[in-house]
Design a protein around this ligand. Sequence first.
Ligand code: MTE
Ligand code: MOS
Length: 767
Amino acid sequence: MKDYDIIHHVKGESKFIDDINVPDGTLYASVFYSPHAHGKIRSLDISYAAAIKGVKGIITYKDIPGINQIGGIVPDEPLLAEDEVHFIGMPVAIVVAETKFQSREAVKNIKIEIDPFEIITDPREAFEKGKLIIPPRVFSRGDTDTAWKDCDIIVEGDCETGGQEHLYLETQGSIAVPMEGGSVKIISSTQGPTTVQKTAAGVLGIPMNKIEVEVLRLGGGFGGKEDQATAWAVMAALAAVKLNRPVKLVLSRHEDIIMTGKRNPYTSDFKIGLTSEGKIIAFEATYFQNAGASADLSPAILDRTLFHCTNSYYIPHVKATGYSCRTNLPSNTAFRGFGGPQGKFVIECAIYKAALKMRKNASEIQRINLLKEGDEFHFGQKAVNVHTENTWKLAEEKFQPEKITERIRKFNSENKNFKKGFAFMPICFGIAFTNTRMNQANALVNIYLDGSISFSTGAVEMGQGVNSKIKNVISKVFNVTQNIIRNEPTNTTRSANTSPTAASSGADLNCNAVYRACNIILERLKRSALEEIGQSDMSKIEIKDGIIHFDKKKTGLSWSELIERTNFKRISLSAHAHYATPGLHFDRETNKGNPFAYHVYGTGIIEATVDCLRGIYKIDSVRVVHDFGNSLDPVIDLGQAEGAIIQGLGWMTIEEIIYNKDGKLLTDLLSTYKVPDIHFAPEEMEIIFHGEPNAAGIFQSKAVGEPPLMYGIAAYFAIRNAVSEFTGRNDFPYSSPITPEKVLMYLYGRTVSGDFLTADKKTALTN
Ligand code: MTE
Ligand code: MOS
């Protein structure tokens, strides 16, 4: 029986930050944040708050013994505001009290006066005013300038994608406990324990070896805890060290939604040139990324947008320019896909718009431009083991798009107020951190005297089943049942200097490190076993079902006896190993290289029905052929694909984040921010495993966490197609999410001048 983490969740046995028994004397922290999006702090009065019963301390930047800096890529993010504030939700002070209630009460009694500065929320406006986080990034190949003259058709346009709230079930939180000699233990709900450790060391002004970070599991991360779990962990640590008491800091849902960043919204310009047959010759795009107030991970996210700007297509001439724009919003951050989805949406809009002009189906253009084996991506990497055309063909075979077309045509002709549409979405997603350095991991494997096994890695379990996959690897190497294998919490003292669990690479990297550690021990065990049975041929010794076999025959030696004997002979039953993904390099000056270990491919088809009286819609079906490799665990992989797809659907359709012009989040509750639920989920979801072995993956497997999210993009075009069936026009803006409100505008909201009442105007109305 496999020990999936979810089994413990369902039984209520799993422990999250809020379930951990805290030590006696623990204090509770709440955060006071800026109520204004931009300005200079004229005064901060904490005297009323300090007088509240139970309050033990109020911490501002002045109390920071080290540096007031938590920026990872760019040092542009203070832990606590000094003299300026840059977004609503920016932490200004930490209030610590005997109870959570008291610290909350005290926060309400802090008074701040702010002299306002100009507030920018729109990335294009930030760009015009020169507010860039990093210098522009340009990825290019060929020469788009001269290529336009070879094109029969040229189409230009702009489009936008919205943000997305992570809505992990467990909000951000941490418990910090002061230990002896000025050291501190931090329990954090983070995807990046080393990030927390390193940042805390800087803020506290102590060496990293005085900080231990531990993570049991997360109630979801989705990228939102890759960098943004750090601040809360560091605040708890700062308070704990300052007051010499354990401190717990857990955000409420409302605080979490207001204070933390989301998926980066983008607004982009595109230009695409094709032959009359539909072959794409040139593609140019400019991406304005809404980074928010500080860099956070936005520069790396922008790079992934540029890597994936051509999605699954081969395009000879490409020029992609990215601007990371600083605005007065919470710093936006990693979210499943990490800029890839934002990039893919733009090329899909360009293809769709070109198809309209050419009176073709978008799928015809998509299909004839698919990458082929050996094609080079615009950043110089060769595409190998490509599964674009074969997943597309299999999708056609299995899902019969001609029949779908026929069925939809019939439905649309018979129904006046309901219209259906469908769309294809091929995907291609690079696996590896694009920062080559991050592609390393380490693992510690212990076999105990009774034969039971534990392992410790840098991998953080957040629902994606990484520990189950690791158990699978260990049980395969030693050929023992998974019941005797247990994961230790992720801890920086056992696995040091690790990358966050992200980029869908957690399983690949950590399984490989564990595989190496296991093989070191296996080698010792085999030698030990040979000694025990008086043999010498290493190639004939095997462990099978807990019994040592020699020359395919059982010996009298069991697994637990072998372990006992090996320790008796004073041979180590533990091993630590390191893994670095081979073959990766990337030159950030030329933007060429081999940044990815491999790519994940697939083809999806989504069908939707729009209720053209009310503007609401239903996703009827999602059908995909996905490139899973030789799945390490089909149950987990299927769950990952389904979850990612639903998240992708939500991002493209009903999840809408709205800030007003003052930088205030209007969708700060679940009554105003809609996420998919079981009723929203498509009636039919068919996921076909395209299981070609992947030579670059552990046991021929493939990473799975992020790529399937991008199938969701087809929902946007399916709905768009249905709307245009009703209106007979297809000239409305390329703006996602395509919420029911927008659909209603597209159906009926045309003004006399032919414009649409767009989201912007709607926001003005709701303010
Ligand atoms: N699945 C669940 N249930 N919860 C999560 O938080 N995060 C996703 C994905 N799947 C996530 C998830 C993201 S953003 C990534 S990068 C990967 O899991 C990380 O895990 P992996 O590298 O082990 O695939
Ligand atoms: Mo995932 S967005 O790389 O944490």
